[in-house]
Design a protein around this ligand. Structure first.
Ligand code: FES
Length: 503
């Protein structure tokens, strides 16, 4: 079975123009930090309304989580409606459903307005189980659909040829090409006076009536409003988010099957989970996207195994022999399942955050953009404040809060006691390991040319021990999901500083 290129299908099939790096002091009306779906859609909506917007991205536009998603645009966020009804009541659950459904209309209208092709297709979405112990959960979710009037059905079978005991179907969901969507919006922003910068990492914020975003490599952006759409907020505002976000990594492989794709989008609630959708390539051939194998970032042994598990599953279920693409992404979860979108704290009126989209960043990101635009323009929530980050979610998610804090606490202590296995000489090319030097753990990566990269494996965010990810060749932090290149440069925050290089 071939394993293909190590790149995302979305990235391979899109072409963003390059934007320059910002290293000067500048002023603007709204500064959006983060060039993924939440940030770019916010910048697009505000530009359309006549605001002066400056968007900064630490890497390349669309190369964060948005470029590594399954790109399902759906209100079927796993099993959620039964839980939302019992935690918050029917009204909140209904608002959440309607907000997500509106994102499908939004993409459709934007496609028309910008005269672009986002490969949007309407499909039913299924969440299913093949395990007896999970059947009741599916039935309860269907009861929640009925209470909320969500169109769908409870099924014993699905069009996808996999074994299933029970599934719940949601009608009129959608899938699309997320980066074509971002590309069209960025072209609009730059041609309507908005400024976009890449390779521009925000390091901190000086709060005030005019807030100043300080940049890592010098320069700053001073703005009336600052929107933090960086996945995990790079600036924590006194610890509000670190205990309230759980981080998980999951994987996708993509290839062609001799079977005809039966339509639909699928996700299982069994363990390990599986997700399936299709996409059409440039030649009109169908690519099968197989996802799953989620786990807490930085945990587990070989990450390569997750890819091979997915490839084996796709091969045995759908006879996929060749995989052209494989990629992985990181997702953040709130304590109570609802997104965090809005003013970052009650005290700060001009700083906004958008995060915790779980695995549903397409609908979450667009919902965030609409909500933050409304807060900036009208000072009012579009969604009855259900996503307000300052809500008392710790009470609704006390179990998750405790579990998360225990996990982080464990990592802070046990990571430092980690055993080392190989010496530098024993490492093969392309292999990484840890050694102890003066009692300190040092991460060693021997690249394919034999050059050795040594870094201090203490995460520069809050001091947890980073772990090697052999599939992406990165150092990943299990505490809050920061990721670093083998040579130590930060890829994803919340960390903003590189791992210390060691001589
Ligand atoms: Fe927070 Fe590493 S300690 S991301």
């Amino acid at each position: 079975m071939s394993t293909g290129k190590h790149e995302s299908y979305w990235i391979e099939t899109s072409a963003f123009q390059n934007y320059e790096k910002l290293q000067e002091d500048t002023e603007t009306e709204v500064c959006v930090v983060g060039g993924g779906i939440a940030g770019i859609t916010t910048a697009y909506l505000l530009t359309k309304k006549g605001y002066k917007v400056t968007l900064i991205e630490a890497l390349k536009l669309g190369h964060g989580t948005t470029g590594y998603t399954t790109a399902k645009l759906t209100a079927q966020h796993d099993l959620i409606y039964d839980q939302l009804i019992s935690k918050f009541g029917e009204e909140t659950a209904r608002i959440h459903y309607e907000a997500a459904m509106e994102t499908i209309d939004f993409v459709r209208e934007t496609e028309k307005e910008l005269q672009a092709d986002f490969q949007l297709s309407v499909e039913p979405a299924y969440v299913f189980t093949d395990e007896e112990k999970n059947v009741r959960k599916i039935e309860k979710e269907w009861n929640a659909y009925k209470k909320l009037g969500i169109p769908g059905a409870l099924e014993d079978e699905m069009p996808l040829p996999v074994s299933v005991q029970k599934a719940v179907r949601m009608e009129n969901q959608a899938q699309f090409h997320p980066l074509r969507f971002l590309q069209a919006m960025t072209a609009y922003i730059s041609s309507h006076g908005g400024r976009i910068y890449e390779d521009t990492r925000a390091e901190t914020i000086e709060e005030g009536e005019l807030a100043t975003v300080k940049l890592k490599d010098g320069g700053s952006v001073t703005a009336k409003h600052v929107v933090i759409a960086t996945h995990f907020p790079f600036y924590d505002f006194k610890g509000a988010y670190f205990a309230r976000l759980e981080v998980a990594r999951s994987y996708i492989v993509a290839g062609k099957s001799p079977l005809a794709y039966p339509g639909g989008m699928y996700i299982s609630i069994d363990s390990p989970s599986r997700s399936v959708r299709s996409a059409q390539d440039e030649n009109g051939d169908t690519i099968w996207l197989i996802g799953g194998e989620g786990h807490r970032t930085g945990k587990g042994s070989s990450m390569k195994e997750h890819y091979s598990n997915l490839r084996n599953w796709g091969h045995s279920e759908f006879d996929i022999g060749e995989y052209e693409y494989n990629w992985s992404s990181e997702d953040f979860m709130s304590l109570d399942q609802l997104f965090y979108i809005g003013r970052i704290t009650k005290r700060t009126q001009n700083l906004y955050v958008a995060t915790a989209f779980r695995k549903w960043g397409m609908s979450g990101g667009i919902t965030a953009a609409k909500e933050i635009t409304s807060l900036i323009e009208k000072g009012k929530s579009l969604y009855n404040d259900i996503y307000d980050p300052a809500r008392q979610d710790a009470l609704k998610g006390i179990g998750s809060l405790a579990k998360n804090m225990v996990e982080v606490g464990k990592e802070l202590v046990s990571g430092k006691l980690e055993k080392t296995e190989k010496t530098i000489e024993e490492l093969d090319r392309g292999e990484a390991g840890k050694i102890r030097q003066n009692g300190k753990l040092i991460g060693i990566y021997k690249d394919n040319e034999g050059t050795v990269h040594k870094v201090d494996t203490t995460c520069t965010h809050m001091g947890c021990e980073v772990h090697w990810n052999d599939a992406e060749t990165t150092w990943d932090c299990p505490c809050h999901g920061s990721r670093f290149r083998a040579s130590g440069e930060v890829i994803e925050g919340p960390a903003v500083k590189d791992l210390k290089k060691v001589d």
